[in-house]
Design a protein around this ligand. Sequence first.
Ligand code: TYD
Length: 221
Amino acid sequence: MASTGLFISFEGIDGAGKSSHIEALAEAFRAQGRAVVSTREPGGTPLAEKLRAMLLHDSMDALTEALLVFAGRRDHLRNVIEPALARGEVVLCDRFTDATFAYQGGGRGFDWNALSLLERLAQTGLALQPDLMREPDLTLWFDLAPAVAAERLAGARAPDRFEALDVAFFERVAQGYARRAAEAPNRFARLDAAQERERVWRQLQDVLARRGWLPAVGVTA
Ligand code: TYD
């Protein structure tokens, strides 16, 4: 039974709480009989995971960061995401290109148009057809005030290069996400991540149900 592949990304500043919802959504799709690939960026392939380790721990400038994330993304698209979509599977990706615009663009101040060019280069189809840029079908944006996210992260595991940055950096990252969302309002669904976990999950289910991708939510959350 052939079905159309579905590509959903999860975005938000560090501490917004997206990770805990990814597995729940994977389960909800599996309960519908869908095959699910749960993956992440930076990373998702052996090569891209090596790049991830560099990105999170080695110091480098914003252009180098951008080039590494897009190199990893290209490998991830070719070897994991595109093949899964071609098989009609659901791909759930913990961060994708919006994170590059938010962190390298908003956070680091790297040129937005240059990122758009890299996006187009890295994400055009396997045969590099210019009119086939791959993007998520839906981006779930866990929106949370940076000061609240910082409180949630305080005392958690040892921070990586990004998590160690100050609230001002995350304010700029949050603005980067807001700008991306304004540029692609149909693709983005904003979730109020300040709510308690069950309410965020309910809001997330509503978004999927309205698109006809999951059954409507019942009376209990
Ligand atoms: P994250 O999903 O937060 O991993 P974990 O939950 O294991 O900490 O991602 C790692 C960091 O990488 C995060 O701080 C955001 C950053 N990042 C970028 O700077 N650019 C990108 O393009 C992506 C995908 C992530």
